[in-house]
Ligand binder design. Structure first.
Ligand code: BG6
Length: 476
């Protein structure tokens, strides 16, 4: 077993919309996550197609009384959080990353005052974590934009939403200033166009609106940091980027250039703005080539410049390849489709497993930005049938985690500041992209199927014991 620094934050990550359920309880409003239906015929390696949202699809989902919407029910964490947090403590978790559901605090999104019942729930839940001395890392918006803001304002492409988000972030930072230290304003910032429904796929000005929405979110992120540091100067703010590393398909120079452009546009752009506080040259050129004209004022750019993040958080699951050959075979990879790498194994969802890719990213990000790094999500999903509710022998998960931990340990030994790791996920929950329960990431099994049937009993998998030992004994 490798050794990690004493202060290293070993932990776990989950999100409100994938676990809490109770979607209409205690005045909670509807979020975009609540209108994602389960599709039993989904093509698992192309879930991104299923996520596409048009105006008509949005309207019909709002009125859909027939489909099953798994995220409305989650794994019932709203009612089981006491036992679930105890499980996290048994695992040895030092930091629990979770999101606050924006719609529990501001059900429509533009109310003047926060919903006290929502605040009360998180207060009780966080106090439960503190009972075990866990740090709490809050994601403020984990692909959970209120439907009210889409209907009334058209979502993030409208600058009004910046103000409404900052009202929300201020309310939760004020409320939890004594109990939460680590914050991530937006989950997988670079993937938000996939789930916020802010920009529909049939929008005439799709790219113009998407980049406008991203700009507005950059401003909201920076303003939140500005307000937060005034509330409590100890607060630590991080990015959260869905980091899909890609490699060039061949050593043809054109493949190298294509991959460079791919990485610039899909990941570095977001780190650059939030970490360096400036729009990089390649994105300005991209806007020019695409004929885009993003509305950004001098005062917004100043806010972005003056309020950068303290650490770089990212999720890491898989890698892909990019190349010029027309025959490039493709596969799913988080919410994108990339080329198949013949040297890597894939999960049942086509995600290509690549522990060395994590080592590459850690070295690359530290060289580029020189800021502490936080692996905010990492883990592997498998279909795990368990009709007789026994202990699942998930040696594949142990192997996956062990190899990724090796990479982190190597990077730390080389002098890279990696401050934490939060496993996705401690307990099985509803998949973000495919809405399935059978896409299981947990080290704890939940007796619940894709249609929400089951006792919801939690059962340790073999990896639970392995991970608890690792978390405990790896600390120097
Ligand atoms: C990230 C998200 O995309 O990856 C999580 O932040 C998500 O919410 C995780 O669950 C894994 O994706 P999926 O689609 O397999 O659940």
């Amino acid at each position: 077993m490798r050794k990690f620094p004493k202060e290293f934050l070993w932990g776990t990550a989950m999100s409100a919309n994938q676990m809490e359920g109770s979607w209409d309880v205690d005045k909670k409003g509807m979020s975009v996550a609540d209108i994602r239906p389960y599709n039993p015929n989904i093509d698992r390696s192309k879930v991104v197609e299923d996520l596409k949202m048009t105006k008509d699809k949005f309207e019909s989902l709002l009125n859909d009384k027939v489909s099953f919407f798994p995220k409305r029910w989650g794994i019932d964490f709203y009612n089981t959080y006491i036992e679930d947090i105890k499980l996290l403590n048994d695992l040895g978790v030092k930091v629990f990353r979770t999101s606050i559901a924006w719609t529990r605090i501001f059900p429509i999104g533009d109310e003047k005052k926060p919903n006290q019942k929502g605040l009360n729930f998180y207060r009780k839940m966080f106090e439960e974590c503190k009972k075990y001395n866990m740090e709490i890392l809050v994601t403020m918006s984990h692909l959970e934009t209120p439907i009210g803001l889409i209907k009334k304002y058209g979502g993030w492409k409208n600058k009004e939403v910046i103000k409404l988000f900052v009202n929300y972030s201020t309310a939760i930072m004020e409320e939890f200033k004594d109990i939460v230290k680590y914050w991530m304003p937006f989950n997988e910032f670079n993937h938000m166009d996939f789930d916020n429904t802010n920009v529909f796929d049939d929008d005439k000005e799709f790219y113009q609106n998407s980049y406008q929405a991203f700009h507005n979110q950059f401003v909201a992120n920076a303003k939140t940091i500005e307000v937060g540091k005034n509330i409590n100067k100890e607060f630590q703010f991080g990015t959260m980027i869905g980091h899909t590393l890609t490699y060039p398909e061949t050593c043809k120079p054109i493949d190298q250039l294509m991959n460079q452009q791919q990485l610039n546009l899909s990941v570095y752009f977001y780190y650059d703005v939030m970490s360096k506080g400036e729009y990089p040259w390649y994105i300005k050129n991209h806007f020019k080539m695409m004929g885009l004209n993003i509305n950004m004022t001098d005062s917004e750019l100043k806010i972005i410049k003056n309020n950068t993040v303290d650490y770089l958080g990212f999720s890491y699951y898989a890698t892909g390849i990019v190349g010029s050959s027309e025959s490039l075979e493709v596969t799913g990879n988080n919410v994108m489709i990339t080329g198949v790498n013949p040297y890597l194994d894939k999960t049942e969802w086509g995600w290509q497993i690549d522990s060395e890719g994590l080592g590459f990213i850690l070295r690359d990000l530290y060289s580029r930005y020189n800021k502490p790094l936080f692996v905010a999500e990492n883990g592997v999903a498998c279909e795990e049938k368990n009709d007789n509710l026994s202990i699942i022998e998930d040696d594949y998960r142990i192997d996956y985690l062990n190899k990724h931990f090796e990479q982190m340990a190597d990077a730390i030994d080389e002098g890279i500041e990696v401050i934490g790791y939060t496993l996705w996920t401690p307990i099985d929950l509803v998949s973000f992209s495919s809405q399935e329960m059978s896409k299981r990431y947990g080290v704890v099994y939940v007796d619940q199927d894709d249609m929400g049937n089951g006792t919801k009993k939690r059962i340790h998998k073999k990896s639970f014991k392995w991970l608890a030992k690792y978390y405990k004994e790896s600390i120097k």
